[in-house]
Design a protein around this ligand. Structure first.
Ligand SMILES: [Zn+2]
Length: 288
């Protein structure tokens, strides 16, 4: 009997498992036929629909891919024709495998290089994606894609967030999709280990602001959709943190002392998402 009870307890968690919780993916219309799907209220996927089918920019996490797929079928009944990956990170490429079968996948050349090799990160090993989930159309500088009546511009901006960042501009919709060159209302993550640089990051943001219409909608990888003006304000606010930290460094403070003194307290609200005040200090310190 005791044996049976022990066995029953072992089984209990199996029966008590709640129904699989669906990922929240709120959908907003950014422009006619252009939607933002905000996967788990954390990472943006952009969907562009039309007669020829569906194009999406980024694919969210691996674990949210099936829920994303379901949401996309509500956005358009047409088949998915193109996936564009703005850069290498798993919250932007994780759904490639679930969504990419039979679909053309476009990215910068460095993104394909990264996704096609086995990687070890600390204790975690990340195998290469299967061939069909890797980008099959790549470029190094610029490309244009004519789809659903728009000549979509894809532009590589070097060494900002990673070494393979691309942005997209949809001219008829007047929508810019800038990937992780925007963490709206937050400190950005700069992946220095994969070729990112905080100075180049904001240089690239400045280039985007200068080269597209000032009434364009800006969809970043994280945070709300911005106007060009808001994008500019975000940039200037963060560039002030460079000055603050540089001055403290000149006065002999170490990164640890800056953290203890909370020298970026004024930017407190920017530290609530992924990169905290302390991590932003660590990011900038070696570059000052
Ligand atoms: Zn990223």
């Amino acid at each position: 009997m005791r044996k049976f009870i022990a066995f029953a307890y072992l089984l209990l968690p199996l029966f008590a498992l709640p129904q699989q919780v669906k990922t929240p993916i709120p959908v907003t219309e950014v422009a006619h036929n252009v939607y933002r799907l905000f996967v788990n209220n954390a990472v943006a996927v952009v969907a562009f629909k039309g007669d020829e089918g569906l194009l999406i920019v980024d694919t969210g996490y691996e674990r949210t891919a099936n829920d994303l797929k379901e949401k996309l079928s509500e956005v358009s009944e047409k088949p998915l024709r193109y996936i564009v990956n703005t850069h290498i990170h798993g919250d932007h490429t994780g759904g490639n495998q679930a969504l990419g079968n039979g679909v053309d996948i476009i990215s910068h050349q460095n993104v394909r290089d990264y996704l096609s090799r086995d990687k070890v990160q600390g204790e975690r090993s990340m195998p290469a994606l299967p061939k069909f989930a890797q980008p099959n159309i790549t470029f190094t500088d610029r490309m244009e894609l004519e789809f659903n009546g728009q000549l979509i511009q894809l532009i590589h901006l070097p060494s900002g967030h990673t070494n393979g960042d691309i942005i997209l501009y949809f001219p008829e919709s007047n929508v810019l999709v800038v990937g992780d060159l925007l963490f709206a209302n937050n400190f950005p993550y700069v992946d220095v280990g994969n070729g990112g640089n905080p100075f180049k990051y904001f240089e690239n943001v400045g280039w985007i602001i200068d080269n597209f219409p000032n009434d364009a909608a800006v969809v970043g990888g994280h945070g709300p959709v911005f106007t060009i003006e808001e994008y500019g304000n975000w940039k200037s606010s963060l560039e002030k943190t460079f000055d603050v930290l540089r001055e403290h460094k000149l006065n002999g403070l170490t990164a640890e002392q800056m953290k203890q003194q909370r020298v970026l307290k004024e930017w407190e609200s920017f530290g609530k998402f992924f990169i905290t005040e302390d991590r932003w200090i660590d990011t900038l310190f070696p570059f000052l």
